[in-house]
Design a binder for this molecule. Structure first.
Ligand code: WQD
Length: 338
């Protein structure tokens, strides 16, 4: 079975490529390399023994997409390609709506023209906004997003559910990620933020490596056990395995299903920092800073549906995530010369 991964050289996409190849799928990658690099496919090859073909295209470009679908028999698409920086989306909303909606629409139209009927979408827990209660399950209200990035994810979810309602042959799975961190155990692929990172673990590893002067802990006055933000961190390799499970489900089912991919428990910023230091033995220089605009206090996943529908749950510990993130940073991460 041949699977097209749009954005497949990115953080989650590359890890999913590894798990799919290991599970026996043929993987094709389309990526414009705006937030990643082409050598990721060689690293996927070093891990799996298979270098997936890479099409360097704009996924919104239907001419380029049709050429790819003409050359490759694509049975399913996993759509990762899209802009994903929350803060940037507030500053540049039109760029986010144009890119994130156009890529999805161009893909769906091309798939329809070529008879490809399976679509797995890289969505986000951001669609839930600031939850009334935790854990958040899939029946929790969605759509009250706090930023344009989250709204693009929500709008694409609605496009997909409408498309599935109109086409009984279309199978769609909406995967709502919580907080993916860590890296493949080989240390060959991982998170490669361009410029100053936004996400917590990238900031921790860069502060530990001396690339950042220190980690800024945004807010210590939240209504949480230690005052710092609580999130559901999930190992990126666990997340990738969730995509394989979703693909297997989509092969046997029609319609549109939303599924949370999280570990089902929350850790605070301070708990993550302490786990990192205990696991790696490396000090993380840090300071307390004011809250970051748009942040919520607490968020973690209800995981029952993922287990019931996909037969999947996260397996790796916070210590695994810290150890693997640090190995990646030391081996090949930002600031190194791999
Ligand atoms: C986690 C916690 C911060 C950095 C975002 C997107 C989500 C997904 C994951 C794309 C919060 C705190 C962080 C730092 C800190 N992205 N923090 N200092 O904001 O939960 O989710 O990234 O798919 O869609 O919304 O993740 O890692 O940025 O923050 O104190 O330097 O760490 O305040 O409590 P977030 P994050």
């Amino acid at each position: 079975m041949s699977v097209l991964l749009t954005g497949g050289t990115g953080f989650v996409g590359s890890h999913t490529a590894v798990e799919l190849i290991n599970a026996g799928y043929d993987v094709v990658i389309a990526d414009n390399l705006s937030n990643s690099s082409a050598d990721v496919v060689d690293r996927i090859g070093r891990i799996t023994g298979v270098v997936p073909p890479l099409y360097v295209i704009d996924v919104a470009d239907k001419t380029a997409l049709n050429k790819l679908f003409d050359e490759r028999s694509i049975d399913a698409v996993i759509h990762f390609a899209g802009y994903k920086a929350v803060g940037e989306s507030v500053a540049r909303p039109l760029m986010y709506y144009r890119n994130n909606l156009d890529t999805a629409l161009s893909l769906l139209e091309t798939m329809e023209e070529h008879g490809t009927r399976i679509f797995v979408f890289s969505s986000s827990a951001t669609v839930y906004g600031d939850p009334e209660t935790v854990p958040i399950d899939e029946s929790s209200p969605a759509g009250s997003c706090s930023n344009p990035y989250g709204r693009t994810k929500y709008f694409v979810e609605k496009i997909l559910s409408d498309a599935a309602a109109a086409d009984p042959d279309l199978s769609v799975v909406l995967l709502r990620y919580f907080n993916p961190i860590g890296a493949h155990e080989s240390g060959l692929i991982g998170e490669l933020p361009s410029g100053i990172p936004n996400n917590l673990m990238a900031c921790i590893t860069q502060a530990a490596a001396g690339i950042l002067e220190q980690l800024s802990i945004y807010g210590a006055d939240y209504p949480t056990p230690d005052g710092t933000g609580v999130r559901d961190y999930i190992h990126v390799s666990d997340l990738a395995a969730g995509h394989v499970a979703a693909l297997r489900y989509a092969q046997d089912h029609k319609g549109c299903e939303a599924v949370n991919l999280g570990a089902g428990r929350g850790f605070s910023v301070l708990e993550v920092v302490r786990a990192f230091e205990e696991t790696t033995g490396v000090h993380v220089p840090r300071r307390f800073a004011p809250r970051r605009a748009g942040d919520i206090a607490m968020c973690y996943a209800g995981t029952e549906k993922a287990l019931k529908v996909l037969g999947w749950r996260a397996e790796k510990s916070l210590e695994d995530m810290c150890r693997d993130a640090w190995r990646w940073q030391r081996n090949c991460g930002p600031g190194t010369d791999p």
